[in-house]
Design a protein around this ligand. Structure first.
Ligand SMILES: *Cc1c(COP(=O)(O)O)cnc(C)c1O
Length: 398
């Protein structure tokens, strides 16, 4: 059996997934990035600087909070929340944005670019760029700019230039295309901060490693609080970075089960959801081979989710591999249960979760009541819901 923490291989493969499917002009920059990343990863000074800013600027470690009232309300397993929502800028995205911008600085890059969907990754990248005085350009689909106006203003306030992308569906996929085009053209002084465990090697590996702090902390915290490992980890899966971050440090612990929750949208019908493991199949999209929602001709399908951060047609390659290995189980939550979970956590615990995280909570609402009281669940609360309040109010009929 392959040790699950030993992948990807040298070419970025997770079994049949991953790799580097890019135009030739990007091969050299990706190899350069890979070499520089490994050098930084092994460099004590870099690690010290990263830890310093994670603690002093981002607010790590985040608490592992016992959700006592939610546990009582659901009447089963004991539920802990990993509070990534308490981080600066309100989601786990800043763990990765900080790591990559520090790396870019080390590489002597002066210009930072990123794509963003809901805007959380754009805000995190603009924030860290402002803190280090670097020029920052964020590509965002024109439709997403309209849907997430607040985050557009936040990025502009932080000094970033926001470029609305008018092509295609005018959402995340097109924003990634534009960012890649910019990177090819300006690679000498520009670093592309990709926001999740996706894209060409080394991004899935690098982003996972910047996010594994979530699982490393959670592991130490649960051992301290409960003197044992958890039974079940639950996280929502967009590209898959908050889930990989939580799962990775537990992958070799056979007793720890893991559940990734995708966006079931309006139901598992073409164009109505973003659950790649329900209607998807293996394919190549934006630099990597993974599970993609596509038609018989390989044309990428439209997606839908109430949560913009989960609304993407492909999933990180490591997740596809972990699913094949049956190490992680994947389910989905539809819009309505996710909104109910959003409401429940707010009322029950005084915490307004991100709509993305609400998908993980919806799965917990379903599972926890069926499990014995001595079962320990850790849910990744990947972000806070301030950005989603207006949208949720509309759906919930306020
Ligand atoms: C972006 C985002 C996600 C989805 O991205 P992953 O890479 O799957 O983690 C989930 N939750 C929040 C709060 C986000 O901002």
């Amino acid at each position: 059996m392959v040790e699950k923490t030993k992948l990807p291989d040298d070419l970025g493969h997770f079994g049949p997934y991953g790799g580097r499917y890019v135009p030739e002009t990007l091969m050299h920059p990706l190899q350069e990035l890979e070499a520089q990343y490994f050098a930084a990863q092994g460099n004590a000074e870099f690690q010290k600087e990263l830890s310093y800013y994670l603690r002093e600027f981002c607010g790590r470690p985040t608490p592992l909070y016992y959700a006592e009232r939610l546990t009582r309300h659901l009447g089963g397993a004991k539920i802990y929340l990993k509070r990534e929502d308490l981080l600066h800028t309100g989601a786990h995205k800043i763990n990765n944005a900080l790591g990559q911008v520090l790396l870019a600085k080390r590489m002597g890059k002066t210009r930072i670019i990123a794509e963003t969907g809901a805007g959380q990754h754009g805000v995190a990248t603009a924030t860290v760029s402002a803190m280090f005085g670097l020029k920052c350009i964020i590509y965002m689909g024109e439709l997403d700019c309209q849907r997430q106006e607040l985050n557009v203003y936040r990025m502009k306030m932080l000094g970033a230039e926001v470029v609305p992308v008018k092509a295609g569906q005018r959402t995340l996929k097109e924003a990634i295309n534009e960012a890649m085009r910019d990177w090819v053209t300006n690679v000498r002084h520009t670093h592309y901060v990709l926001g999740t465990v996706y894209g060409a090697h080394p991004y899935p590996l690098m982003v996972r490693n910047f996010q594994r702090i979530i699982g490393d902390e959670a592991r130490a915290q649960i051992l301290e609080k409960e003197k044992r490992l958890p039974d079940l980890l639950v996280a929502c899966v967009g590209g898959g970075s908050n889930a990989m971050g939580l799962f990775y440090p537990f992958l070799e612990d056979a007793s720890v089960r893991m559940l990734g929750v995708e966006a079931g949208g309006l139901g598992i019908l073409p164009n109505q959801h973003a659950a790649r493991f329900q209607g998807g199949s293996p394919g190549v999209l934006q630099g990597t081979r993974s599970f993609v929602l596509q038609d018989g001709e390989g044309q990428v399908l439209l997606t839908h989710s109430v949560s913009a951060g989960l609304d993407y047609a492909a999933v990180g390659p490591e997740h596809a591999w972990l699913r094949d290995q049956k190490r992680v189980e994947y389910s989905y939550a539809m819009d309505t249960p996710a909104l109910q979970a959003f409401q429940l956590l707010a009322r029950c615990e005084g915490i307004i979760p991100a709509l993305e995280s609400s998908h993980a909570l919806a799965a917990v609402m379903e599972k926890a009541p069926l499990l014995p009281a001595d079962t320990l669940i850790i849910v990744n609360l990947s972000g806070r819901g301030d950005k989603d309040v207006a949208q949720a109010a509309k759906y919930l009929g306020y």
